[in-house]
Ligand binder design. Structure first.
Ligand code: DAH
Length: 353
């Protein structure tokens, strides 16, 4: 029959050793030897199974008592050694430890805002100032001043976000209001304002770009949205010609897309320009893509009716205008396959770039 462990002996040895401990590391070594998870008290607990049945309760009680004595003695010794033990246990503050890396989410401009700023900057270098106009417009500026008369198909209620009932509001003094469907509205507003400033006449050339939101009730899909952004350009000057327009657009294309960019004008119709053209851009948008033609927007020479309706004499002043979709440019430049990604506010998308 195995001899039961002598708990008295264990207790005496432990206490004797403890009183000889003089520093932190020694104290820790003692703790591990006697009170640790593989220490002698744990071993004695494991020995209970070898103690004869009738003696088990007494053995268990004595073991608990010894364990308690040793724990208290340990705590007392720790206290007695005090700060010197702590100091001897090694440096508590390691000044060489690398700092923890905390990732702060940094904000950044949305792609549309960034492209818009880039465009404005390129045009600013060509002498274009920024002009803004209201998103809540009236049909006077969205259509009438732009040579889009009543009854024109572009004015259909199904193609525009009217705020007022056209029939009802038409009977009132105020033109029916709408969310603007194009930034060309700003052309009309700027021309009118400059004529008003000039006391009824245009006195200086106009050279502006106007970026902003436009609204159309299109069904949302990969390339359409009920809200998107355009940038409009307008230059009114004596003798401004189609050559100036083309030179400006080519210069813009090369400044923004690189010196290899080409442009192409295809004849088309817009009510507010004559002649009118579609503007295409030939560019390699990314190194891994082939060169291709991409449709950018419309342009042309400002129609004499538009100049007249804004109080400018078309015999003295001529002008050119252009308008592009900013989403289309951004999607081309950053290979974004779906316009909805631009508005979904998905951080995985927004944090790229
Ligand atoms: N406003 C036209 C559109 O939304 C784009 C446009 C075409 C603007 C020709 C212009 C222009 O200034 O001259 O489709």
């Amino acid at each position: 029959m195995p001899q039961p462990l002598s708990l008295d002996q264990l207790e005496q040895t432990a206490l004797a050793t403890l009183s000889a401990v003089g520093d932190g590391p020694g104290l820790e070594a003692w703790r591990i030897e006697f009170l640790g998870s593989k220490g002698k008290i744990k071993a004695a607990m494991g020995g209970i199974k070898d103690v004869p049945g009738p003696e088990k309760p007494a053995f268990g009680a004595r073991l608990n008592a010894v364990s308690k004595v040793l724990e208290e003695a340990f705590a007392a010794r720790q206290l007695a050694l005090g700060s010197s033990a702590v100091r001897d246990a090694g440096p508590q503050l390691d000044l060489t430890e690398p700092g923890s890396v905390v990732s702060h989410a940094t904000g950044r401009g949305h792609i549309i805002s960034r492209v818009r700023e880039e465009l404005v900057e390129v045009f600013a270098r060509m002498g274009f100032a920024v002009a803004e106009g209201p998103e809540l417009e009236d049909d006077e500026h969205n259509f009438i001043k732009l040579n889009i008369p009543p009854g024109h198909p572009a004015r259909e209620a199904t193609d525009n976000f009217y705020i007022d009932e056209p029939a009802v509001a038409g009977g009132k003094a105020r033109a029916p209001r709408m969310l603007r469907s194009q930034t060309s509205t700003v052309q009309a507003r700027v021309m009118q304002a400059r004529v008003a400033e000039g006391g009824g006449q245009l006195r200086e050339p106009i050279k502006i770009v106007s970026p902003g939101r436009v609204y159309r009730p299109d069904t949302v899909d990969a390339t359409h949205s009920f809200m998107f952004h355009q940038i409009e350009g307008l230059c009114i000057d004596r003798g401004a010609s189609m050559v100036d327009l083309k030179a400006t657009l080519l210069h813009f294309a090369r400044a923004y897309f690189g010196s290899e960019a080409e442009i192409r004008l295809r004849p088309t119709f817009f009510p507010f320009t004559e002649p009118s053209a579609e503007l295409d851009l030939k560019v390699r948008l990314r190194p891994d893509q082939p060169v291709r033609w991409m449709e950018l927007g419309g342009c042309g020479m400002v129609h004499p009716n538009v100049l007249t309706s804004c109080g400018i004499d078309p015999q003295q002043w001529q002008g050119y205008a252009f308008g592009f979709g900013i989403e289309r440019l951004a999607m081309g430049k950053y290979a974004i396959p779906d316009i909805r990604m631009l508005y979904a506010n998905d951080l995985r998308f927004l944090q790229q770039s």
